[in-house]
Design a protein around this ligand. Structure first.
Ligand SMILES: C[S@@+](CC[C@H](N)C(=O)[O-])C[C@H]1O[C@@H](n2cnc3c(N)ncnc32)[C@H](O)[C@@H]1O
Length: 372
């Protein structure tokens, strides 16, 4: 999986525990096999959470408004490993890996003008990226799997702190490693991926449980991961600034990145979702206070809140850098509070869920989980 700010990697056992508790406590859901319980994830990002839910056998519907996240969702959520097993994909990866590097606009921009990759790796990326459609022969899922392999390989040799608002002034040690394609760990089973705005798509997919993890501050994912967006689109976009960001990231604004617009957007989304339960991830670093968020959730249904402390993303431990990759500040804290808000459909379901959550204690890896 790619490095992703706000990724729920370390919190997955906790979130998964919450979602399983819903499945077990709800009278109707508990009678169904996991494969018949639909989980909608409209802010899928790196797809880590959906991947874990699919691993547990649930039917996952994963979406995001960024194209590279859609590629990841097609690979990790939609594709069935039984159709694309390693023995089918490896020979293609070996052919792609053997291609000689090529010079093009991507190399010029991301290895010369800016320094996200060492030139040899950027040349290899360019050659592989251009050969992928030919290898996929019109199979769009296969194309997504090959692109994912390339994304994961590029993510291992980039020269950033994990965010693409800057590249490092000195090459990161990992950037010297040769780009190496690997088989992305596909899961067996079915799922669905889509690309689109969460608010526009809210009516489209009916689910039993919706898991929401929207951004809660001004930092735009479109700007922070513009290189991945360009790598999957390969559209040679106009760019601006030292970080050579895509010019269209300015238009790809999300209401969830605006302090003014976020409450209304979240309210609209919570009202529009076609799901019996809604689970909302939230940390205390964003626009809302825990109380404000609880108020919003209660407008949809009775809400349980779980809380634990969490180590902040790795960038926070490394420091703060300006667009030239120079260290410009220290981070104020390395821990934050993480919350899970679980909105039940009615009081009866709420009580059943409360009992199930208390029984589970939901406190993996020593984190103190509190139930309000
Ligand atoms: C906090 S991240 C999700 C992280 C994810 N849970 C993970 O573990 O990788 C928020 C995601 O919401 C997406 N996003 C932001 N605004 C959106 C919108 N209006 N519609 C759909 N996706 C949006 C961003 O692209 C980003 O991937």
């Amino acid at each position: 999986m790619i490095k992703y700010i706000g990724s729920k990697r370390a919190l997955i056992p906790w979130i998964g525990g919450g979602i399983r508790a819903i499945g077990e406590s709800d009278a109707e859901l508990s009678r169904r096999p996991h494969a018949e319980i639909r989980i909608l994830e409209p802010f899928a990002g790196s797809c880590r959470v959906g991947y874990e839910m699919k691993r547990q056998g649930f039917f996952v519907i994963a979406g995001d408004y960024l194209s590279f996240s859609y590629i990841l969702a097609r690979t990790f959520i939609e594709a069935d490993r039984r159709d694309y097993p390693p023995e089918r994909i490896w020979p293609i990866l070996q052919r792609l890996q053997a291609l000689p590097g090529e010079e093009d606009w991507f190399v010029q921009r991301y290895a010369c003008e800016a320094r996200y990759f060492q030139p040899a790796n950027a040349q290899k990326i360019a050659a592989i990226r251009k050969a992928i459609p030919t290898e996929a022969k019109g199979d769009s899922l296969l194309e997504a799997i090959l692109l994912t392999s390339l994304l994961l390989a590029a993510d291992k040799v980039d020269s950033t702190t994990g965010l693409q608002m800057a590249y490092l002034k000195e090459w990161a040690p990992r950037s010297y490693n040769p780009l190496t394609l690997e088989y992305p760990s596909l899961l067996p089973g079915k799922g669905l991926a889509y690309v689109g705005d969460a608010l526009e798509k809210a009516h489209t997919f009916a689910a039993d449980i919706a898991y929401l993890d929207p951004p809660y501050n001004q930092h735009s994912y479109a700007g922070n991961y513009h290189v991945w967006e360009t790598l999957v689109r390969y559209d040679n976009p106009p760019v601006y600034g030292v970080a050579v960001k895509r010019a269209d990231v300015r238009k790809l604004r999300s209401p969830f990145n605006s302090k003014k617009e976020a409450p209304r957007a979240l309210h609209r989304l919570l009202q529009a979702l076609q799901a019996r339960y809604v689970v909302l991830s939230f940390s205390d670093e964003g626009y809302f206070t825990p109380e404000e968020l609880l108020q919003l959730c209660n407008q949809r249904g009775p809400t349980l809140v779980l809380e634990r402390t969490h180590k902040r993303y790795i960038g926070a431990q490394i420091g703060i850098y300006n667009p030239r990759g120079e260290r410009v500040g220290q981070v104020s804290h390395t821990q934050n509070r993480e919350f899970l808000y679980v909105i039940a459909p009615d009081g009866h379901a709420y009580q059943g869920l409360q009992a199930a959550l208390q029984q589970k204690a939901l406190s993996p890896s020593g984190g103190q989980a509190k139930l309000f």
